[in-house]
Design a protein around this ligand. Sequence first.
Ligand code: AMP
Ligand code: MG
Length: 509
Amino acid sequence: MNAPEPLAALAALAAATPAAPDFRDDGLMAGLGLPHAVPVAPQPLPQPHWVARSEALAAELGWADWLASDEALALLSGNAQPVGGTRATVYSGHQFGVWAGQLGDGRALLLGEAQTHSGPAVRVELQLKGSGRTPYSRMGDGRAVLRSSIREFLCSEAMAALGIPTTRALALVGSPLPVRRERMETAAVVTRVAPSFLRFGHFEHFTHTAADPSALQRLVDATTRRFYPEAAAAPCPAAALLEAVSRRTATLLAQWQAVGFCHGVMNTDNMSILGLTIDYGPFGFLDAYDPGHVCNHSDHQGRYAFARQPNVAFWNLHALAQALLPLMPDQEQALAALEAYRVVFPQALAGALRAKLGLREAHQHGSADGALADGWLRLLAQDRVDHGIAWRRLAGFASTEGADNAPLRDLFLDRAAFDVWAAGYAARLRAEASIDADRALRMNRVNPKFLLRNHLAETAIARAEEGDFGEVQRLLKVLQRPYDEQAEHEAYAGFPPDWAQQLEISCSS
Ligand code: AMP
Ligand code: MG
């Protein structure tokens, strides 16, 4: 039976209007209200245009058609607002180990919390980054430049495809609006998506600077109820929250170390309460393996050097513990909760390295697996071998007696040292009756072929600054399948060019 006329017209209209994010008026930050989140309108980005969109994320969330619309461009460039308005949140933090006082969303705005239209109903927050000044902008202009926005957009999606917890990036909008940094650049806005953008710094803020002591309690209540229900039901929710965050952070750090990701600015305001990678600035994936690598040109002390990251995360968790202390009966609870990090991190890293080595069985006895992984990393460090390429080539290792393993061996200057290690590895593989071909398949699922190396980002940025966004979009597609061979994209998997060593990535964004 045909629908009556008016209903048919309505149905046609519904079909023609792509399903937009369904913003709810009872989101976590909206519910908290002042002093946690203040209403602030975005400053419209003039003459906005798409630079790139993550169709993969849009499809996951059920917003693919909407993301193709002019309505989406208006919303994601600050030229339109959701019905419930937009908000900036306040946080504080420790920067480079020093208390920095109040910071906050200086150039980010929450569009709100939306229910996704695909799969099980999930709620996510949408945030614009670079949408103009807020009460927390201090001396800043509230804008983000195209260069750093491309890096954040690509790396968010690359990390997600690697299977590493991260905030996501839905879209990247550009504009001719000039923005002054070390040179004149143009503005851009990234739309980020995450269950929550809460940072350790939000909790620190309400302990160390807020006038109203109940504000911390309300923040902890809302966070545990929503994201850590088991902690909410625990005898001491704040301690249980700290323990849960310690676990997630430990898992995250193990994944960063395993893949060779250097965050660059691990200040407590850049640490997610959900254990996500957040705030992509001067990050880098290791090229030549150097445990002391510092990817942030402004980090003169090397505080955030690659090998220091796990300790810095533990330090940051102590800052979170201190912030949560007012809600705990004594300090012992906090110290006990933090112990989770010391237990989980080494286990998670050992598990990740075992998988990267293609080992199926754990040989903890005499820490044989640890010695094998350490020996391999020491070899890489000694000859500054390319981290990503070495791990990927290891999949092709032949464990048969007398195999020369030339493509892998050729990566090393000290061939004799490689041979010693290789003999131990081969013996270990034979001991667990590993079949080389099966192991190669397993290893290729955990050792990525494609990483967002600085030089790849730089090339895409240089083209984009000339108005050609094709390379950003191509690179996005390649990075969305980091473990696949993609033989047609071999050029993206090669050694970095010599000029990559001179690249300096600063905090300026
Ligand atoms: P970040 O180093 O990007 O993590 O930022 C540290 C703090 O500075 C945060 O509170 C940011 O919101 C703020 N901030 C960074 N850049 C700007 C900017 N261009 N305008 C306003 N605030 C900014
Ligand atoms: Mg930040």
